[in-house]
Design a protein around this ligand. Structure first.
Ligand code: D9K
Length: 105
């Protein structure tokens, strides 16, 4: 069941990682570069963390995976202006993800 659930998640994650607009989300936000980030964002998340969680069989369902991906984009909207480069990338990536997520079922 677990593997059935998670194979499509791995495929979506790979597509997210190679998207042109993925660059702000590939690794955890550097809190030395962005000192206020830790205070403002209570649940940091990024694509490398999700990849590790998939490999470690951390997710018990597709829904848990989906929640972590959405956390990335919600954090992005909290911290970044909509018309900033990172903010725009976040909106693009969210749209891309939600379309792929709907394809699943
Ligand atoms: C997703 C995010 N939210 C808030 C601040 C920064 C980021 N991402 C950074 C990732 C490294 C490159 S960058 O420093 O230009 C942007």
């Amino acid at each position: 069941k677990l593997i059935k659930e998670l194979a499509p998640c791995k495929a979506i994650l790979e597509d997210l990682e190679c998207h042109d607009d993925a660059w702000p989300f590939l690794l955890p936000v550097n809190t030395k570069q962005f000192p206020t980030y830790k205070k403002i964002i209570k649940c940091p998340m990024d694509l490398s963390t999700i990849k590790k969680r998939l490999q470690d069989m951390y997710y018990k369902s597709r829904e848990e995976f989906c929640t972590d991906v959405r956390q990335i984009f919600n954090n992005c909207e909290t911290f970044n202006e909509d018309d900033s480069p990172v903010g725009k990338a976040g909106h693009c990536m969210r749209q891309f993800f939600e379309a792929r997520w709907n394809d699943l079922c």
